[in-house]
Design a protein around this ligand. Structure first.
Ligand code: NAP
Length: 253
């Protein structure tokens, strides 16, 4: 069977791993891109055990000079890239006052979340445009409710995610003529290793009514939204933003 190739960044654990498993279930072969090899090989094993096809490519997406190697490795194994799912991201190294953010912290968050994601998307877009395939292709970026909602002790994270929102619009316009759909998914509060340290705080706030649906989101909630965008040709929906947040971002009075 010739399965379409999907590249998923941040695929070792959390939201990225759930997306990789979901897309494998619908018949895609997955290039798992991540800096965490131990968990990455676990996700790889889960896909293989369930009859899927995968490759693990160890990488740091903030190292733009390595993108060519990453893409070549994925394409050498899996052929033309049909889907890119930008899941890799880091939180602020320290939750602190906006007035105390250090340039190093700012640069490292931007380097992964925005700069790395932008240049990987650029490189994959060029591959997609140059491909002779005219089957449906899509790029999905996992941003955050923080594109819009400000968390003042994670300023650099919020700024990076807002940048991804504009990145999505720009690539949607640039790639529209090539029939490549470009989408943004904004998760709310999702139970993953990233939110482990603040889990008890959010348990309390969710119990107090912060999230209209009254629960944490799970990686599978985000993965289902990605599936909706890539399972069929949705290129006419390009530029669409999907909130996966249990109603958290609905303005209330
Ligand atoms: P996670 O559990 O921390 O998983 C992120 C994965 O990305 C990890 O395996 C991590 O590997 C990898 N990664 C980080 N930096 C990388 C880099 N430079 N190159 C390659 N891989 C890298 O996070 P998550 O909660 O699943 O979040 C996934 C995405 O959703 C992120 O973009 C995040 O901002 C976004 N998001 C999450 C939430 C939430 O509540 N969890 C809400 C909104 C948006 P290492 O362990 O080696 O760093």
């Amino acid at each position: 069977m010739n399965r379409p190739l999907s590249i998923v960044t941040g695929a070792s654990r959390g939201i990225g791993a759930a997306i990789a498993l979901e897309l494998s279930k619908i018949g895609m072969k997955i290039a798992l891109l991540d800096s965490d090899k131990i968990n990455g090989l676990k996700t790889y094993g889960e896909i293989i055990d369930s009859g899927g096809e995968a490759i693990f490519v160890e990488c740091d997406i903030s190292k733009v000079e390595d993108h060519k190697r990453i893409i070549q490795e994925a394409m050498h194994w899996g052929g033309d890239i049909r889907f890119l799912i930008n899941g890799a991201g880091i939180s602020s190294p320290v939750r602190d006052d906006l007035l105390k953010i250090q340039p190093d912290a700012f640069d490292s968050v931007m380097g992964v979340n925005l700069r790395g994601t932008f240049f990987l998307t650029q490189a994959v877009s060029i591959q997609m445009i140059n491909s002779s395939s005219r089957e449906n292709r899509a790029i999905v970026t996992i941003s955050s409710v923080n594109t819009d909602q400000a968390t003042v002790d994670r300023g650099e994270y919020c700024i990076s995610k807002t940048g991804l929102s504009m990145m999505t619009k720009l690539f949607a316009l640039r790639l529209a003529a090539h029939n490549i759909g470009v989408f943004e998914i904004r998760p709310g509060i999702i139970r993953t290793p990233m939110t482990e340290k603040v889990a008890s705080k959010y348990d309390k706030r969710i119990a107090e009514g912060l999230v209209p649906v009254s629960r944490w989101g799970y990686p599978a909630d985000v993965a289902k939204a990605v599936k909706v965008l890539v399972a069929e040709d949705t290129s006419f929906l390009t530029g669409t933003v999907i909130n996966v947040d249990g109603g958290l971002s609905i303005p209330t009075l």
